[in-house]
Design a protein around this ligand. Sequence first.
Ligand SMILES: NC(=O)c1ccc[n+]([C@@H]2O[C@H](COP(=O)([O-])OP(=O)(O)OC[C@H]3O[C@@H](n4cnc5c(N)ncnc54)[C@H](O)[C@@H]3O)[C@@H](O)[C@H]2O)c1
Length: 267
Amino acid sequence: MSAFVDLGDAVAIVTGAGSGIGRASAVSFAKRGARVVVTDIDGVRASAVATEIGAAAIGARCDVTNLADIEAVRDLTLERFGRVDVVMNNVGVLAVGAVEDIPLDAWQRIVDVNLLGIVRSNIVFLPHLLAQGRGHIVNTASMAGLLPYGFDRLPYTTTKHAVVGLSESLALYLRPRGIGVTCLCPGGVATNIVEQITFFGEPRRPRSPDLPVSDAEEVGELVADAIANDRFLVLTAPDAARELLERARDIDAYVFRLAEEAANDSN
Ligand SMILES: NC(=O)c1ccc[n+]([C@@H]2O[C@H](COP(=O)([O-])OP(=O)(O)OC[C@H]3O[C@@H](n4cnc5c(N)ncnc54)[C@H](O)[C@@H]3O)[C@@H](O)[C@H]2O)c1
């Protein structure tokens, strides 16, 4: 498929780009010629990544739970680069613990960051992209948004499923209007994600499918490729597609198999 946006001549904004997948994606976009606005709640990290990229990048502090911060990033980008072509909504935080141990305010925070962070971004950037009639949105979900492994981090699993659903429906609306949508569903990626975890009850290692862990740099390249080749779904672990097929063939059998495995794990 042909791209909605040529990264060689694009202006890209990435949230949560002070570290990990966001940082690597910003670097990949810049390597392909894009000018990049590196944003993060940690402004020092955002500036450090922008400095590392060089003259093609600027850094800005932006908390995705704050609409005014996102509006300020839009205004800064338009002032510095004259337009916005790519918006990568990449922030995700987790609460890990037994379902009954995770309090309501932890749920509210995770919905506010992981889901409403993207909703706010759409409110701020879609009018500009629609008026332009060109653009590309990347939403970082997770394999946890496609498969039910994460009962030990249920607010994360729930919001990542919501991000997948939001992205699919958004693609139906935006593609005829000249705007591509990519939903990134990584398996394990070596990043600083543990910093984003709040633990409740007994500390435990998050459950996950037995899939290889990727480098953030590989994932950044996959995201840039998805924009360049107009791909919707990006899986970092190709084997994950087998799980998705098994789930689609017989969801009862799939859920019951995983439940049995989970029960054996806890014995
Ligand atoms: N690392 C993995 O194994 C993995 C797997 C699947 C999905 N993901 C998703 O990838 C995305 C990026 O995670 P990562 O692994 O690169 O983590 P990371 O911790 O390396 O980077 C996340 C960045 O987000 C920033 N951040 C946190 N809260 C913020 C907020 N409210 N506003 C703006 N920035 C904020 C942090 O300061 C940090 O720099 C997340 O959505 C995560 O759910 C990661």
